[in-house]
Design a protein around this ligand. Sequence first.
Ligand code: PBG
Length: 321
Amino acid sequence: MFRTRRLRATGNIRRLVRETKLSIDDFIYPLFIEEGKNISKEIVSMPGIKRYSLDKIDAELAEVVALNIPAVLLFGIPAKKDDSGTETWNDAGIIQKAIRHIKQKHPDLYVITDVCFCEYTSHGHCGIIHDNDVDNDATLPNIAKQVISHVKAGADMVAPSGMMDGTIETIREALDANGFYNTPIMAYAVKYSSAFYGPFRDAADSAPTFGDRRTYQMDPANRREAMIEASYDDIEGADILMVKPALSYLDIIRDTKENTEKPVACYNVSGEYAMIKAAAQNGWIDGERVMMESLLSMKRAGADIIISYFAKEVAKVLTKK
Ligand code: PBG
């Protein structure tokens, strides 16, 4: 008889044949940093995740470093917004200040910045608005300005999330022209127009005030188009290709992995986090096991890197074992 159960008989034989493992080396932890003072505010739909002002962030940073998490991804919540999101390229802006603060305390912690406008524009869209839509080409120069300002402040890597065409080429040219040849780009290469971003938009005050993001983010129904997105970013010079969200897009993570030799990242987004937390708080699921299983599925699908609000908890689970 064919017997597949032979290699499942004990814990140790299962360890020997285990194909996929989670390691804290693969995780990036997102941080929300708000302009102002004395802010340490829990995000209601994301239990355990807070918005911090810089004077309140040191304990969180120390914990991330102590848990051996290699990198953080920064999101800023500015004090003032305007039509084009000019605060994004203000050298004294919240993200620029945050980068300098983190690098001064923890020079080895790898700092990645989310490059976008939605938290900084009065309308909540990811660029300049013309005729009720985001103007792709008018937005590109502002992306370049934002990136240079982040890197001048000390960012190690930039991660553009706005889904404008030509973003990676624009950024690569701007970085190189300014001498930043060695700064890598992690492209939000395949980013779907997803309802799973709901809690993030509360967290970052970035919901659009009119319309939605379907003219720039991808249609969740499309798989082949994702490979067009990923290959353009690949050719334009992205160093890492990211798929977002993760859990409902494991097929896309696998496709991306098979279409590039570059590292593939996925973003385990706010809604994925919120669902597990809510069910666990109700006692309906074992939160820790569902967390580990869902993150494992992302690795099994092909993700080399996982951006996750669970990163600190994962580190604790992995060191417990
Ligand atoms: C855009 C951005 C978003 C997320 C990361 N970068 C939101 C959006 O596109 O509306 C979502 C992250 C998450 O849901 O965890 N700056």
